[in-house]
Structures are given as structure tokens and as C-alpha cells.
Design a protein around this ligand. Structure first.
Ligand code: F6R
Length: 593
């Protein structure tokens, strides 16, 4: 949830740390700080964004330091709660992502031993524990401190007078970046892309020792080597370029993302989804995920059932984790853009412990999910910086279409048409993007309302949920995504001329029922904004406003519809003056349960 960075080299650390932190703000942005080590420790931190912190700092010449951008869990955003946290002597500094679950008892114990703990955070105990165990060797002290700690962590420790960083992780991502006589530690790749593309992924239980000469890993008292990976993303992909926000940039990247992802799957037809790695002959496929990825999973259920004739069951990973029944020999797919979502990781582990093998669909090479999965299928969305997922959602849909087509039960003619349809999707999505001005104008009208319903049926029901989620996240409009058939089972009580309904009318077996819904909505005076194919006269009669959608095979309509809904949410947020790339209280990757 928080972003962490460490740098050591021959150059000034301060501007590099600030630059990397700015790139990590999508992981949390309620406070930030850096610590630099020379003969003494210098710490600057506050409940402000990185650019503001930078303005309050003098120029510092140290060449080693750590930094943190926070998404508060323990203690409100404030200067004292911001990281880095220090020991009593002010010689050791720590940045941390994760949660120390036994911090209360550690705090009591350390306080009784004379440590003065000043913040409300769980992290500060780490600095005091390291101080307690320090006997002249920082890495040994970190190792000893972590023996007392329960919970999850990715940490970097720094000490005055020591030219090294010590890093460790448990259930929280951490990478080491290798440069030329300078090295890095970071919570994720986009932070360091401007400086290096050579990374080593730390494993749970590793202690990483980073000096300007190189990186080493120790584990169970021995030196271990881990494979070095070359990152294929480039720095420009993680920059806004001429766009005002990452969200709109990433929305516009979607035709390319579809093209690249599908091309890769087509080139590796045989091996992409080898479901034989999932055990058993059972006829239900579990698809687990959270948030937007869950909406892709839910769409996947309809897609896989229709095209592959396999019964599928989509579950919210956090809720799946409460179910006491885990089918031992089922097929399971977990979808996670970041590959680090705690609930999804837990679901994967539970399934594996029960003897089920899991295919992971993720965007991040080397992510935790990819490392614990039996098989990983990458989407090729490139770095997604906007907190609100857009292009990764589209790429996840592509993976699910490809999976369904790989196991397709449809006849050869339909299969040919579907493949043709897939190839045409980038052009169709572009047509929606070309309609941006009209959607923006409509979003302006929508932006004055406080409550909105978003409805769909069948494969477009998850898209209605996703459209509502996008509106909530970036425009702060209270939006309820609903299965259209459920509207009259309660929510109708809320319909009035103050509650617009965004309705998706697809050209499939849901159309007639959607038209009936529109009539019911209209007779309650609620404004209807309808996504429908151009020239649909029946819709024209019932809708207050129409977003014209290009014609595609109905099974692909989620791709087209979701892009229109993303634009609607983006422009509604813009009209309302919201901080689109940094929605309040959110962070890009949710590494706590
Ligand atoms: C919404 C959004 C989140 C994520 C969710 C899961 O726009 O981005 O709902 O979809 O936190 O994240 P991943 O896919 O990384 O597991």
C-alpha cells in the first residue's frame, strides 16, 4: 500500500529519492518522507505530497538514503506518523510497507525497556527493535528484530555511519535494482525505471544487503543468488506525456493494449492457457479476484460458460477466504493486475494448500502472485499508474477471451468470426475514444448528481458494476452497479428525477428485458443515459441521452461498453474538480487484508 525506495551510489541521493517517491505516489500519498545517512541521520517527513516536501528541504549531499510515501493504516496522516521512523538514538531509520500485527505487545515491551515510542504507527517498533538488537552489524540486527515480528512487511533499514541498506520482506513486494555503481531497493518497478531495468526480486525470508558496489542476499545464514530480470517496460510508459492525467492516458492506450496482448496470445496459442496444469477433470472453474479485477472475473464467468461450455464461478477473493469449503480438485484462476493484492494472494495459497493448482493472470512480471502460481499468464498492459484500473481491466478481458477460445466449444465458423472480432476490437475501441467529446459533455451533465445507478444484464452486468466503481473512485459520485433485473426488488424505491440510471443495452438475449427496464425507469422520472448501438430506434424512444456504441459480437460488447463508462467517469470527475490520479483514501495496490 505504501511506496518505499532506497538508493546508494556516488551521486546525491536526495533528488533521486524524491524523483522515485513521486513515481511511487500511486501506492499511497497521504504523507511522505526521506532519511539520508552520513555520519549522522537526516530525516525530513510530513503529511504532504512529495513535491511539497521537496520544497521544504535544503540541498543535501549524502549519497545513501531511503524514502517512503504512505497510505495510512495505523495512525492518521501526520508528521509524527510519517515514515521514516527512527530509534531513540536517532541513528537508525526504517521505512515499511505492510502491517506489524503484534505491534501493541512489542510497543509495551519496548516501552517497559525504556524505548520512547512517539508515533501511533506499527512501524516505529521496527526501528526500536533494530536498535535493541544492534551489536555492531545492521543486517544481524534487522534479522534479530524480524524474529520478534508478526504480520507482513517490506522494509529498508538505514544507519548513520554505515554505507549500506538492509532490506527484507514477508508477504509484501520488494525488489533490488542494479545500476552502474549505484543500486536501489523499491516496492515496485516503475519507481526505478528511469535509473535501471535490471532487477532482482527478494523472496520472503531473504535479507538483502545493498551497497554502491552491488547487491547480496543472505538467507538462513548463507549467501544465496537469485536470478536477475530485465524489465521490458520503458520509462515513458510510466510517464503522463502530454496527457493531463494517467487515467486518460491509460484509457487511450487501450487499443494498443488489446493489440499487443492478443498478438502475444495468438503467437503462443498452444501454451498460453495450459489448463492441464490445473488438476482434475472437474467441470467448475473458479475465478478469484478483487475490485476491478473481480469484475473482469465475473465477466469471465459469462465468457467462459458461453464460449467454452465450462461452468465457471467467480468469487471475490476476500470472501472466498471465509468459505470453509475449498473444492480440492477444481480448476482455479486468480486475476490480479499488481500480483500483490493480499486477499487474492491468500486465496491462491488456500487453494494450493487444498491441492488445487492455480493459473494467475497478472500484469507484473515477478510479482508475488506470479511466483506462487502454478502457471502465470501475463497481460501486456504496461505499467498502470492511475489508481483507477482501466487498461489492465481491458487486458484481463482479453486473457479471458483467449482462455475461453482456447477451450472453445463453438463451431468453426463462429470461432473464425470470433477471432476476426477480436482482431477488430482495437478499431472498435478507437471509435469509442473518437466519441470522447460527446461523452465528456454528457459527463458534465451527469456530474451534478449525487447518486447514480448503473445497470446491465448478462455479460454486461459486471460492466455495470465496473462503470459504477469507476464513477465512485474518481468522481466521488455515489454510484450503485446493479443487475438490471434486481432493480425492481428494492432499489426502485430510490428512483426519482434526481437519480440518473446509466443502462447498457446490448444486442443479445438481454435486450428486450433491458428495454422493459428502461420503460420502468422512465415512468419513475429517472433520467436514462443509455449505451446502445447506433441507430437503435427502440432505445432512442426511451433514452434521455445515448452513448452510441459500435457494433460488435455481443460477447465482445463489454470491451466497448467499459471504455465508454471509463470516459464517463473520468470526465465526470474532471467536471467535479477531483484529483483523478490520486483519489482520496485509495492506493494502487492493496497489500493488506
Ligand atoms: C479499481 C481498482 C481496484 C483493483 C483491486 C485489485 O479501479 O483498481 O479495485 O482492481 O484493488 O487489484 P489487483 O488487480 O492489483 O489485484
Amino acid at each position: 500500500m505504501c511506496g518505499i525506495i532506497g538508493f546508494i551510489g556516488e551521486r546525491q541521493a536526495q533528488p533521486i529519492l524524491l524523483d522515485c517517491l513521486a513515481k511511487l505516489e500511486y501506492r499511497g500519498y497521504d504523507s511522505c518522507g526521506i532519511a539520508l545517512a552520513g555520519n549522522s541521520l537526516k530525516v525530513y517527513k510530513d503529511a504532504v505530497r512529495v513535491d511539497k516536501l521537496a520544497k521544504t528541504m535544503p540541498l543535501l549531499s549524502e549519497t545513501v538514503g531511503i524514502g517512503h510515501t504512505r497510505w495510512a493504516t495505523h495512525g492518521e496522516p501526520s508528521q509524527v506518523n510519517a515514515h521514516p521512523h527512527c530509534d531513540c538514538g536517532g541513528r537508525i531509520a526504517v521505512v515499511h510497507n505492510g502491517i506489524v500485527t503484534n505491534y501493541q505487545s512489542l510497543r509495551q515491551k519496548l516501552t517497559a525497556e525504556g524505548h520512547n515510542i512517539v508515533s501511533e504507527t506499527d512501524t516505529e517498533v521496527l526501528a526500536h527493535l533494530i536498535e535493541k538488537y544492534y551489536k555492531g552489524n545492521l543486517e544481524e540486527a534487522v534479522k534479530a528484530a524480524l524474529r520478534d515480528v508478526e504480520g507482513s512487511y517490506a522494509i529498508i533499514a538505514l544507519m548513520a555511519g554505515e554505507s549500506k541498506l538492509v532490506a527484507a520482506r514477508k508477504d509484501s513486494p520488494l525488489i533490488m535494482g542494479i545500476g552502474d555503481r549505484e543500486n536501489f531497493v523499491a516496492s515496485d518497478v516503475p519507481a526505478i525505471l528511469d535509473y535501471t531495468k535490471r532487477v532482482v526480486y527478494l523472496e520472503d525470508g531473504d535479507i538483502g544487503i545493498v551497497t554502491k558496489e552491488g547487491v547480496r542476499i543472505r538467507r538462513d545464514g548463507r549467501e544465496v543468488t537469485r536470478e536477475e530480470h530485465k524489465i521490458l517496460w520503458n520509462a515513458e510508459q510510466a510517464q503522463k506525456g502530454a496527457y493531463e492525467h494517467f487515467m486518460i492516458k491509460e484509457i487511450h492506450e487501450q487499443p494498443k493494449v488489446i493489440r499487443v496482448t492478443v498478438a502475444e496470445y495468438m503467437a503462443n496459442t498452444e501454451s498460453v492457457f495450459d489448463l492441464t496444469v490445473t488438476s482434475g477433470h472437474l467441470d467448475t472453474m473458479f475465478i478469484l479476484a478483487c475490485g476491478s479485477s473481480y469484475h473482469a472475473a465475473l465477466a469471465g464467468k459469462y465468457i467462459i460458460e458461453e464460449l467454452a461450455g465450462i461452468s465457471a464461478r467467480s468469487e471475490i477473493a476476500s470472501e472466498f477466504n471465509y468459505s470453509s469449503f475449498i473444492p480440492a480438485r477444481t480448476r482455479a484462476i486468480a486475476i490480479t493486475q499488481s500480483g500483490e493484492t493480499a486477499d487474492t494472494l491468500r486465496a491462491i495459497k488456500r487453494l494450493e494448500e487444498a491441492g488445487c493448482r492455480v493459473v494467475v493472470i497478472t500484469n507484473v512480471v515477478g510479482s508475488t502472485a506470479s511466483r506462487i502460481a502454478d502457471r502465470t499468464v501475463y497481460i501486456r498492459a504496461g505499467p498502470e499508474i492511475s489508481v483507477a484500473a482501466t487498461k489492465s481491466f481491458i487486458a484481463q478481458l482479453m486473457a479471458l477471451y483467449w482462455l475461453a477460445l482456447s477451450y472453445s466449444k463453438v463451431d468453426i465458423r463462429r470461432l473464425d468470426n470470433l477471432i476476426k472480432g477480436l482482431r477488430q476490437l482495437p478499431g472498435k475501441v478507437q471509435q469509442v475514444l473518437d466519441n470522447e467529446d460527446t461523452i465528456a459533455e454528457l459527463a458534465g451533465r451527469l456530474s451534478v448528481y449525487d447518486n447514480v445507478f448503473s445497470i446491465g444484464r448478462g455479460v454486461n452486468f459486471p460492466i455495470a458494476l465496473e462503470g459504477a466503481l469507476k464513477l465512485k473512485e474518481v468522481s466521488y459520485i455515489h454510484a450503485e452497479g446493479y443487475a438490471a433485473g434486481e432493480l425492481k426488488h428494492g432499489p426502485f424505491a430510490l428512483l426519482s428525477n434526481r437519480t440518473p440510471v446509466v443502462a447498457i443495452v446490448a444486442q443479445d438475449n438481454t435486450r428486450e428485458a433491458m428495454l422493459t427496464n428502461l420503460k420502468e425507469i422512465k415512468s419513475r422520472g429517472a433520467p436514462a443515459i443509455v449505451l446502445a448501438e447506433e441507430g437503435d430506434e427502440a432505445v432512442e424512444e426511451l433514452a434521455d441521452s445515448i452513448i452510441a456504441i459500435p457494433s460488435v459480437d455481443a460477447i465482445f460488447s463489454p470491451v466497448i461498453n467499459v471504455v465508454a463508462l471509463q470516459l464517463l467517469a473520468y470526465y465526470a470527475a474532471k467536471h467535479r474538480g477531483c484529483p483523478i490520479d490520486f483519489p482520496r483514501n485509495l492506493a494502487k495496490s492493496v497489500t493488506v487484508e
